[in-house]
Design a protein. Sequence first.
Length: 278
Amino acid sequence: IPAFKLGKEVVERRVNILKQQRVEFKVGVTVGKDIGLDGLLKEYQSVFLGIGALKPKALDVPGAELKNVLQGLPFLAQKNAPISLGLPPVEVKGKRVVVLGGGDSAMDCLRTAIRCGAADTVCAYRRDLANMPGSRKEYKNALEEGARFMFLTNPLALEGNAAGEVTAVRCVKMELGEPDASGRRKPRAVKGSEFSIPVDLLLIAYGFDPVPFPPESDLSRIKLNEWNGTVVDEYQMTSVPGVFAGGDNVRGPSLVVHAVRDGRKAAEGIHRYLSQSR
C-alpha cells in the first residue's frame, strides 16, 4: 500500500501496539515451506490463515514477454518499500506509462508512476467508468494528479523494437453488451476500431487470485474451491478442525474491511471452537 494512502508511521505504530499486547511477529517465513500446518497445530490450539491473494492475473496477448512489461505488485513494492522481489530497478522518470486494469491496484500504479516522474500516465480499461471496480475516490485522486483514462479500451497485442522493448499497445475500442453472470455488462469489440497507444513502461493491474497451497505441503489437505479459494464454514473454519481462514484467500480479491470482518467473525469462531474443546 503506497505511503500516500497509508503512512508507514501509522503501520509501525500499530505493529508496536500489537507487540505490546504480546503478539509475536516472525518475518521472512514462507508458510508451507519454512513452517507447516502440523507443526503449528502441535504448538497452538488454533490457526488462522490470512495469506491473501497474491497470484497476479496474466496479460494473455502477443508481445507480453517484451521488456518493460511488468506486473503492478512488484512495481509498487519496489517504489514504496525496500523490497526488490528480484526485480531490477525500474526507471519511470520521463517515460510514457500505460496501466492496464480498473481496480484500486491500477490506481496505485498510476499515482505511483506520477510521483516517480512519468511523462505521461494512461489507464486503459475495457469497461466504462460506471462498471469500473476501483474506488471512485481513488479514481478522482488519480485524475486530479494528472492520470489520463481510456475507457472501453482493450489490449490486443504489444508492439516492440529491435531491442525487444515494448513501444506500443495495440488496442480495440469496446462497447457494452448484455449483463454477464455477475450483473455487469459484458464488453465486446467494435469492428474496425483498432488503434495504438505509445508506451515505454507497461504495468499490468488485472487483479489477483489466491495462490494454491504447495502439493507437497501438509497445507494441501485444506479443501479449496475451483479457483483455489479456501473453503470455510459459517464460523470461518476450514475443512481441517481448528484451522480458520479469512480475507482474500477465501473470498478472492476484495476490500480490507471485508478481511477485517472475516477476522472478527473467525475470532468468534475460534473462541467457540476452543470453548467446545475444553
